[in-house]
Design a protein around this ligand. Structure first.
Ligand code: LLP
Length: 411
């Protein structure tokens, strides 16, 4: 059993998009993105972590829903601007653990608030941009993730300012004439409620430290990390419960600062993961000993998550009929790890799929987050095209890259 796809994704429509645009092809559904954004309305600010999916057309859909944006590179700031996000306020926030020279110049030019994950960033920013608005991203000393690679808290994580260094960070803000906006925490991707209550309490403790040091602040951010049900039967996130836990912490923090605080949420995956599929054509089927390999024309250069984290993505086949059989689904790359059905240790797994034949279309589900945005040109493969479906309308939102474009960079 696989979870249902967005209703706009009928087999006939996906097949016709693949025929028109070729494969591999990313297909997004605008209605799903709007619905996810609407479900988070209880938070004062929803800020999309665009690293999950940074196509400017997707950013536009989110902006129309009132969703603000987080950028983690100069490129992501320029993408946000291209999508219509405005500077001069807090529509764009830059989050990082360091400032390279070009990015520093860009955040100063556009006065983009900086969410600082290191004290060095504060000194570098303060030296050139007095009064610049800053957030402090704090590592509370613990974290949690769907993989150890997506755990962003604790002493093994490079992210954030270590919680006991908060007084030093606050002193740096004062010394460099910066303006504190708020405190931020993101302990990882793949939330669990146990840690959530703990993070909320850690936030209250940090606000107390800031207040005791004579600082005022206006906002707290719960970070992102909301999980989605990749497997049929996985529990989805209960957004109201999530809000309730954070709202309770916010109220405690408000009692400390003596005024209202804006509560921000910074999801990436939750807003876009279930909005998209990756379409690939079956190009070869073969048996190696006991394993039946279904080889498709998309690889980990398109969707890296299975190879990187052993992540599970639901799959279906358009065209095939008959009883499901175990299959290893793999791509075209010249690398043994180019397998979509694998475990966290890289072990090759099988999936029950209809007996796919050459020419059938493989649909990889829940590919909207950390799919296209993590693609690469490995094996000199051009980036795949992206299509946005909005009701009856369909729009090519990124054309397929060409090999000539890759080569042009080397001339
Ligand atoms: N805020 C910060 C500071 C982050 O570092 C991240 C993700 C997010 C928000 C959004 O997290 P989300 O809501 O999407 O879980 N490539 C991995 C996920 C890496 C996440 C990196 N930071 C994956 O495919 O699962």
């Amino acid at each position: 059993m696989t979870k249902p796809l967005p209703i706009a994704f009928t087999p006939a429509r996906l097949q016709s998009l693949a025929t028109e645009h070729g494969t591999p092809l990313w297909v997004y559904d605008a209605a799903t993105i709007r619905e996810r954004a609407a479900s988070l309305k209880r938070f004062d600010v929803v800020r999309f972590a665009q690293k999950a999916c940074s196509n400017t057309h997707i950013l536009r859909v989110l902006r129309e829903q009132g969703v603000k944006v987080d950028a983690v590179s100069r490129g992501e700031i320029l993408r946000a601007l291209a999508a219509g996000y405005q500077t001069g306020g807090d529509e764009i926030v830059f989050t990082a653990d360091l400032l390279d020279h070009a990015t520093l110049a860009t955040v100063v030019e556009h006065r983009v608030p900086v969410n600082a994950g290191s004290i060095d960033m504060l000194g570098q920013l303060g030296a050139v941009s007095p009064g610049h608005p800053v957030w402090l991203r704090i590592n509370p000393g613990f974290g949690h993730g769907h993989s150890h690679k997506t755990n962003t808290g604790g002493e093994h994580s490079k992210h954030g300012i270590w919680h006991t260094d908060l007084p030093e960070a606050l002193a740096a803000i004062r010394a460099h004439g910066l303006k504190l906006v708020g405190l931020h925490m993101h302990i990882g991707s793949g939330v669990d409620y146990g840690h959530l209550a703990q993070v909320g309490q850690a936030m209250v403790g940090l606000v107390r430290v800031a207040v005791n040091a004579g600082h005022d602040l206006h906002a707290i951010s719960a970070g992102g990390g909301l999980s989605i049900p990749y497997r049929d039967g996985d529990a989805g996130i209960d957004v109201d419960h999530y809000f309730g836990l954070w709202d309770a912490s916010r109220r405690q923090a408000e009692a400390l600062v003596g005024h209202k605080l804006t509560l921000e949420l910074e999801p990436g995956r939750y807003l876009v993961a279930e909005s998209a599929v990756l379409l690939a054509e079956v190009r070869a089927v073969k048996n190696s000993g006991a394993n039946r390999f279904v080889l498709v024309d998309a690889g980990f250069n398109e969707l890296m998550r299975p190879a990187m984290y052993g992540a599970f993505h639901g799959m279906s086949v358009i065209g095939a009929g008959g009883e499901a059989q175990p299959a290893v689904v793999a791509g075209p790359l010249c690398e043994s790890g180019d397998v979509f059905t694998q475990g966290p240790g890289g072990e090759v797994l099988t999936r029950q799929l209809p007996p796919a034949a050459v020419g059938d279309l493989l649909v990889i589900h829940d590919a909207g987050a950390y799919g296209a945005s993590m693609s690469s040109n490995y094996n000199s493969r051009p980036l795949a095209a992206e299509v946005l479906v909005d009701g009856e309308a369909t729009r090519l939102i990124r054309r397929r890259q060409t090999v000539e474009e890759l080569l042009a960079l080397e001339l």
